[in-house]
Design a protein around this ligand. Structure first.
Ligand SMILES: Cc1ncc(COP(=O)(O)O)c(C=O)c1O
Length: 304
């Protein structure tokens, strides 16, 4: 089946979508992007794109940091996304990658006097991590870039050189991923996911000011915890609190809700998926497929 992408205001065949090699975003990593999931609900034969509005809101916030003008409104972004998914007609879960990028053909890093363009591609997408076992994490020797270097709050493609080093070095050392510390030594997040600890029954996560990408899934988890009556605390987290946590899980659009088995070879709890993690996981997987009426507003139906 032909796969389409959205580029320069048109839906075109994916293999015809090419960019000039001197595109600014390619030379300097000057694009901002989102990763959105769409879930196929086979009983309803419907596809639901999850929290589209919140993802595009964050895209616009990232764009502002990077001196970009958005060519579309939030409603227009949602409409284009839906149209593209419809054209691609998946009957399976999918990943959506909208990108706003500096498109001038230009040498030199300046962001102003530099055009902005928008594209989206989509692809069928299963689980990013295996679902059988929890993650084995290490604490990375790399530090998260700080808000005053490359702000993690903005989802800038160039910043993912940091994630790439973190993830690759963790992998090469036999871990699934890593927890990254800030320049001041506090826990931030994983290479591309936020982190939650359960400490004495309290779901604990970093502050939004701890050099993290403020995840849409992080917000979803907090909302679901409220629904389940689980107390939530946002605060700075020390490295050794990881070792002593009762449960840990990571979350993100790609990662979804994934339990952590160990950190730096210290087993978390009994090494199995914890009770609170499981409660959040179960509710999350129902919510994203549009199975929970109360949260259906987060799920954008794709097919008519
Ligand atoms: C660095 C980083 N942190 C956290 C997340 C989780 O964000 P979200 O839940 O919005 O996907 C991501 C996911 O893309 C990420 O790249």
């Amino acid at each position: 089946m032909t796969e389409y992408v959205y580029l320069n205001g048109e839906y075109i065949e994916a293999d015809k979508a090419v960019l000039p090699i001197r595109t600014h975003a390619f030379l300097y990593g000057t694009s901002v992007f989102e990763g959105i999931r769409a879930y196929y609900n086979s009983e309803e034969e419907q596809m639901y794109a999850f929290r589209v509005k919140e993802h595009y809101q964050r895209l616009l916030a990232s764009a502002k940091v990077m001196w970009m003008k958005s060519p579309y409104t939030l409603e227009e972004y949602a409409k284009i996304t839906r149209e593209l998914l419809k054209k691609n007609g998946y009957k399976t879960d999918a990943y959506i990658r909208p990108t706003l990028y500096k498109s001038s053909i230009k040498v030199g890093p300046t962001l102003t006097d530099n055009e902005d363009s928008f594209l989206i591609f989509t692809t069928p997408f299963g689980n990013y991590f295996g679902t059988e076992k929890g993650l084995k994490l290490c604490v990375s020797s790399w530090r998260r870039t700080s808000d005053n270097a490359i702000p993690p709050r903005a989802k800038v493609s160039g910043a993912y050189a940091n994630s790439a080093l973190i993830k690759t070095d963790a992998h090469e050392s036999g871990f699934d991923d890593a927890v990254v510390l800030s320049e001041s030594g506090e826990v931030t997040e994983g290479s591309a996911m936020n982190i939650f600890l359960v400490i004495n029954g309290v779901l604990t996560t970093t502050n939004t000011t701890n050099d993290i990408l403020v995840g849409v899934t992080r917000n979803t988890v907090i909302e679901l915890a409220h629904e389940l009556g689980i107390p939530v605390k946002e605060r700075s987290i020390d490295r050794t609190e990881l070792y002593n946590a009762d449960e840990i899980f990571c979350c993100g659009t790609g990662a979804q809700i994934v339990p952590v088995e160990s950190v730096d070879h210290r087993i978390i709890g009994d090494g199995k998926t914890g009770k609170i993690t499981k409660q959040i996981q179960d509710l999350y997987y129902d919510v994203v497929r549009g199975k929970v009426e109360k949260f259906k507003g987060w799920c954008m139906p794709v097919y008519d």
